[in-house]
Design a protein around this ligand. Structure first.
Ligand SMILES: [Zn+2]
Length: 197
């Protein structure tokens, strides 16, 4: 299962800083084995393509780092995914996010995106459904942490608007790359309920 974390705001910053951010996280005990609470170690990396939106149809490529635990008898580990990507999505999170936002006010055929109309439709249905679920899971997570969230404080509306409202109620600010889907994923992963968007 992937761990989603801030590893730079975009591909360029990722290439410059991700390794240092991961090394710091390991040193600061922010990447621990979930069974023994011992620090994970960088084991390997593998290439992953990133399709860019907004007029940049070409692909970027990043190296995704994989950390493993060497303290347990059975080896286990996690891929570390930057918050500007969504699991199993070729496009960056910004492109998916902008389609979700536009879908609140525009017909799918009118949405300006590099993705095909069928891809945009799939995102709205699948990612939109995950955003709806994330809103309720995040409410539960924030309540567990001790922040009571009255239902009435969230104005019902489009799923993305509700997500923005619930994220505003987070008990603390997390450093993130600017994408709210990515920020939601970081919170979802923190509580070991990795039902990512
Ligand atoms: Zn372990």
């Amino acid at each position: 299962m992937s761990i989603i974390m801030f590893l730079g705001r975009d591909v360029k910053e990722y290439k410059e800083k991700s390794l240092e951010i991961i090394a710091n996280a390991i040193e600061n005990r922010a990447l621990l084995c979930e069974f023994k609470s011992t620090p994970m170690q960088i084991h390997m990396h593998y290439p992953r393509g990133v399709k860019r939106g907004a007029g940049k149809a070409d692909r970027d490529k990043i190296e995704v780092y994989f950390v493993i635990c060497k303290a347990c008898d059975v080896a286990h580990g996690h891929a570390l995914l930057p918050d500007f990507l969504l699991p199993y999505k070729q496009y960056g999170a910004d492109e998916v996010e902008s389609v979700i936002i536009d879908s609140a006010t525009q017909a799918v055929s009118a949405i300006d995106t590099e993705a095909s109309e069928s891809t945009a439709r799939r995102w709205i249905k699948q990612v939109g459904g995950r955003v709806v679920r994330a809103v309720s899971v995040l409410k539960a997570i924030f309540m567990e942490i001790g922040r009571a969230i009255a239902e009435t404080r969230i104005a019902p509306g489009h799923c993305y608007g509700e997500l923005e409202q619930v994220l505003e109620m987070a008990p603390c600010k997390l450093r993130y790359g600017g994408n709210k889907l990515g920020l939601a994923n970081m919170w979802l992963g923190r509580q070991s309920r990795r039902e990512y968007i």
